[in-house]
Design a protein around this ligand. Structure first.
Ligand code: PBG
Ligand code: ZN
Length: 331
């Protein structure tokens, strides 16, 4: 190429907005966005979450109202997290499998209201229900794997009984996909899918969520079960195992520090890849935007686009509602 007279001019395809649009390699559609919700164990109520501006814990009536509004924006998939009723946390998180919990009641109400127009996913993990806040049964200071599986299985079955479309185990116990699949099938829920939090890192970006769901570990951390941020090959191992155990979709979490892992998984599996743009990733943008240090809409657009470009088919994000309402991503 002659530097004075280049034949190749990439700028030719950047000349006008429409030209840029027709050669865009990545497109975001509202159907790719999943809005998370924190469900209160009561009929009504809205509790703001200090570290997550614009996100509230919702009673059932308020959840129905909010989801109804979101559906008008094009958000038709939700991921539900439940808060435990006062005084019901214990060492094994036994309330997690109740047929009458914040999540099961929310699922029933949502399905009654919206039926098949809404895809209801539920998070399956006992940490919001254990008095120690860990994601599995604690014995002698260690989180025990196999004793946790029946608890997770009953929780998933309770959610499926209530009408959940997809259950999403986030605990990171080994073998839980096989255990859930077996339990769901035995309960007649062969049709209910499993979205595995297959590749979930022990991350500092979950901080605000733990306030929101009241699920912070009372002592220690989650490093004996969540993945080490230094590892990517291990993500391939988790992917292969969960696929073999019967997962229907695979998640990478968090998203932004792990875009390389999303790309790796996209190359390795034929299953849908889901990325979780987690609470801290949301709150950091919110805080900077409140200070006027970042253009929130532009940052959210670029963030969600990067996650899709890395290879995620679906994105769980607290930004979903505003991104659509404010036109940060086009409908
Ligand atoms: C619970 C769970 C967590 C998140 C989803 N499910 C927290 C954790 O593992 O400590 C994090 C979600 C977020 O930060 O938005 N197992
Ligand atoms: Zn947990």
């Amino acid at each position: 190429m002659n530097a004075q007279h280049p034949i190749q001019r990439p700028r030719r395809l950047r000349r006008t907005p429409w030209l840029r649009e027709i050669v865009a390699e990545t497109r975001l559609h509202p159907s790719q966005l999943i809005q998370p919700h924190f469900c209160l164990p009561k009929e009504s109520g809205r509790e703001p979450i200090a570290s997550m501006p614009g996100i509230e814990r919702l009673g059932i009536r308020d959840l129905i109202e909010t989801v109804g509004e979101d559906m008008k924006l094009g958000i038709r998939t939700v991921l539900l997290f439940g808060l435990a009723e006062d005084g019901c946390k214990d060492s094994t998180g036994s309330a997690s499998g109740d047929a009458d919990s914040a999540v099961t009641n929310a699922v029933r109400a949502l399905k009654e209201e919206f039926g098949r127009d809404l895809m209801v996913m539920t998070d399956v993990c006992i940490c919001a229900y254990t008095d120690h806040g860990h994601c599995g049964v604690l014995e002698d200071g260690d989180v025990k794997n196999d004793p946790s599986l029946p608890l997770l299985t009953s929780m998933a079955v309770a959610h499926a009984d209530a009408g959940a479309d997809i259950v999403a185990p986030s605990d990171m116990m080994d073998g839980r996909i096989a255990a859930l699949r077996e339990g769901l099938d035995a309960a007649g829920h062969e049709e209910i899918g499993i979205l595995s939090y297959a590749v979930k890192y022990a991350s500092a970006w979950y901080g605000p969520f733990r306030d929101a769901a009241d699920s912070a570990p009372g002592h220690g951390d989650r490093k004996s079960y969540q993945m080490d941020p230094r590892n990517a090959r291990e993500a391939s191992r988790e992917t292969a195992l969960d696929e073999a155990e019967g997962a229907d979709m695979l998640m990478v979490k968090p998203a932004l520090s792990y875009l390389d892992v999303i790309a790796r998984m996209r190359a390795e599996t034929h299953l849908p890849v889901v990325a979780y743009n987690v609470s801290g990733e949301f709150s950091a943008v919110k805080a900077a935007a409140e200070k006027g240090w970042l253009d929130e809409g532009a940052v959210v657009y670029e963030t969600l686009t990067s996650i899709a470009r890395a290879g995620a088919d679906l994105i769980i994000t607290y930004h979903a509602r505003e991104a659509l309402r404010e036109g940060w991503i086009k409908k």
